[in-house]
Every structure is written in structure tokens, then in C-alpha cells.
Design a protein around this ligand. Structure first.
Ligand code: FDA
Length: 320
């Protein structure tokens, strides 16, 4: 059953995450909204600020993602920048400038124009720079998300350019990609802030590990490189095999609780988030918000058969 999900259902769902007509149908369904709320707590800035306050109150840090991806129009990319500037304006009143910043925003370069036919990389770089400048002024960190493997070279190059002016810029690496061990070595040597995740897209075997065990092995190998380096590792996973391996790795590499952080997604492994934070670890929760939740939501459904079953049951109940 798990094999059928991984080899058939999951790729189909990830393909559906890019289908425009299906997006419109799913977005309009009132049933979907209830299920979506587990992963995307709100559409509006006010709703996300309430969530930020609650997470900070429980001792957790946050990274906020204004949802949207693959824009095909420079005006949409400019609208994404405006949304981030408004978000940063509101966060600035709550930020502090400790060396580990409790507040962070996460950006997708494809929402900032990376895929535009003319000068996409340049436009995404300039848009990201505008956001980084404002974030720096208000004491908020910025991390650049990782998208599908066709964007990795461009994303790492843009992140590298941004890091020259914004030394704390975070970069996301995906352990399922075969290239990632090399990227980890480079960024660990550069002292960069790196969020290591498994990877959420449907990638071919030519570029990515596809078996669950191979991905976890790659993750642990990459994490050891990051923990041994001079940067700031961010362990983005809910996998107990990974979380349980971290204390020994931290000990081996002489890292204290303040020298790395755990990261988890809003609505997932919430008990574990609290347990880790209560035990004195730094835990950051990735909180997406905004109206364009479809792609993000479909990737979360595709990660776990139980999510898809829950969603389908909700739809079926509505049919009765
Ligand atoms: P795995 O998928 O093996 O899950 C381990 C356990 O976690 C599951 O058994 C289940 O209990 C729980 N779990 C995981 N996903 C769940 C879900 N959707 N619903 C319910 N339970 C779930 N990816 C990417 O390609 N680019 C990026 O920029 C980012 N950014 C990012 C930031 C942060 C903070 C996190 C935590 C993750 C990402 N990801 C990402 C997503 C990441 O690549 C990956 O798809 C998910 O984290 C799931 O992988 P796990 O490591 O949790 O393992």
C-alpha cells in the first residue's frame, strides 16, 4: 500500500499541484477550506500575526511564507514584494536583533519572477534584495526556499549573490537531490545558514534519491557535514529517525542548543515541536499564509496517505 502511494498516488498529486483547472475547483470548494486550515492557518496578515504571537508565546520561533509560486507576470512578482514589505512592517514591531533571530520570512524565488522569460533571474534577485533590505532594517531573517530541481542552479546562484550583502541569508537544500552533499560542503565551508529538508517535489531518479531509506541516509550524511562546518544548520524535518539522531551529532560536533535549530511545518508534529522547545532547544515553525495555498497544500497531502484519505473523506461526506 505504501509502495502504491509512493509510486503512483504521490507523483499524480504532485502533478495535480501544478494543474490550473484543478486548482480553481479545489480552491472554490468550502470543504477544502476546513482541511486546508490545518496546514495554512489564514489568508490575511492579521490572522498570521495572531499565530506568530501564539507561537512566540510558547517559546517557538517562526518563519513566515507569503504563499505563491511560479508567477508568469512581472506585476504579480511586484505584488509579492509589496506583500512581504507589508508583512515585514508589521513584524518589525515584534522583532529583536539577537544573533539568532526569532522572526524570519521565507521566500520562493519563483514568486519573485525567477521563471519570467526575460531577465527572470535578474528580476528575482532585485525583488529578493528589496525584501532583504527591509528585513535587515527591522531585524528579521530571510531564507530562500528550494523549489524543483530545474531551479536549483539559479536559486543557489541568486542566494550566493544576496549573501554577499546579507550575511545571514538562509538557503534551503534538499537531501533527496544527488548534488546536495556537494552543496552542503560548499555552504558549510562558507559559514552559511542552511535549512536542510528532504525535498517536496516529484524528481526523476537521474537527479534524486527516490527510496525513503536512501533519502533519510542522504539527509543524515548531509546534516553531519553542516553540523561539522562553520555555518548555522537548520534541521527541517519531522522524521523521528532524523530528530533522534541530532543530540548525538550536536555532541560530536560540539554544538550547543543555541548553535543550530529544529524546524517544522505549521500543523505537523505539534507535540514534538513543544517537547523540543520545552527541553531548551530552538524550534522554528514554518507558517504559510495567503490566498494562494493550493500548491503548498497539495504537497502536504502528497506527503502522507492519511492526509489524502482525510481530505477525500471530507469531500465524500459533503456529497451525501
Ligand atoms: P517524512 O516525509 O518521512 O515524514 C516523517 C513524519 O513526519 C511522518 O511519518 C509524519 O508523521 C510527519 N509528516 C511529514 N509530512 C507530513 C504531512 N504533510 N502531514 C502530516 N504529517 C506529516 N521542501 C522543499 O522542497 N523546499 C523547501 O523549501 C522546504 N521548506 C521546508 C521548511 C520546513 C521548516 C520544513 C519542516 C519542511 C520544508 N520542506 C521543503 C518540506 C520537506 O522537504 C518535506 O517534504 C517535509 O518536511 C516532509 O519530510 P520529513 O522530513 O518530515 O519526513
Amino acid at each position: 500500500m505504501a509502495g502504491v502511494f509512493a509510486h503512483t498516488v504521490r507523483p499524480a498529486m504532485l502533478a495535480a499541484s501544478r494543474a490550473d483547472r484543478l486548482r480553481r475547483t479545489v480552491e472554490r470548494s468550502p470543504v477544502t477550506r476546513k482541511v486546508v486550515r490545518r496546514f495554512v492557518p489564514g489568508d490575511t496578515l492579521d490572522s498570521v500575526l495572531d499565530i506568530v504571537a501564539a507561537l512566540r508565546g510558547s517559546g517557538r520561533y517562526v518563519s513566515i511564507d507569503y504563499l505563491g509560486e511560479n508567477v508568469t507576470d512581472a506585476d504579480d512578482a511586484a505584488a509579492t514584494v509589496r506583500a512581504y514589505l507589508q508583512l515585514l512592517g508589521a513584524l518589525g514591531r515584534r522583532a529583536d536583533t539577537s544573533s539568532v533571530r526569532p522572526l524570519e520570512v521565507s521566500l520562493k524565488l519563483s514568486a519573485l519572477g525567477q521563471a519570467l522569460d526575460r531577465d527572470g533571474d535578474k528580476i528575482a534577485l532585485e525583488n529578493a534584495r528589496t525584501i532583504c533590505e527591509r528585513a535587515e532594517e527591522v531585524g528579521v531573517w530571510v531564507t530562500v526556499d528550494a523549489e524543483d530541481h530545474t531551479t536549483t542552479d539559479s536559486t543557489l546562484s541568486i542566494s550566493g549573490d544576496l549573501r554577499v550583502d546579507f550575511g545571514s541569508l538562509g538557503t534551503v537544500l534538499q537531501a533527496y537531490l544527488r548534488r546536495t552533499l556537494g552543496d552542503c560542503k560548499d555552504l558549510a565551508a562558507a559559514g552559511a545558514r542552511v535549512r536542510l529538508c528532504k525535498g517536496a517535489y516529484d524528481e526523476p531518479a537521474s537527479v534524486a534519491h527516490r527510496a525513503a531509506g536512501d533519502i533519510t541516509d542522504s539527509y543524515l550524511t548531509c546534516l553531519r557535514v553542516l553540523m561539522s562546518g562553520s555555518g548555522y544548520p537548520m534541521v527541517a524535518s519531522h522524521d523521528p529517525a532524523i530528530i533522534d539522531a541530532v543530540p548525538a551529532l550536536a555532541l560530536e560536533t560540539s554544538r550547543g542548543a543555541g548553535d543550530f535549530e529544529y524546524q517544522m511545518l505549521y500543523g505537523i508534529s505539534v507535540g514534538e515541536q513543544r517537547r523540543l522547545a520545552d527541553a531548551g532547544n530552538q524550534v522554528r515553525v514554518y507558517v504559510p499564509f495567503g490566498a494562494q495555498w493550493y500548491g503548498y497544500f497539495m504537497r502536504r497531502l502528497a506527503e502522507r496517505p492519511a492526509n489524502l484519505a482525510f481530505f477525500l473523506r471530507a469531500l465524500a461526506k459533503r456529497g451525501h
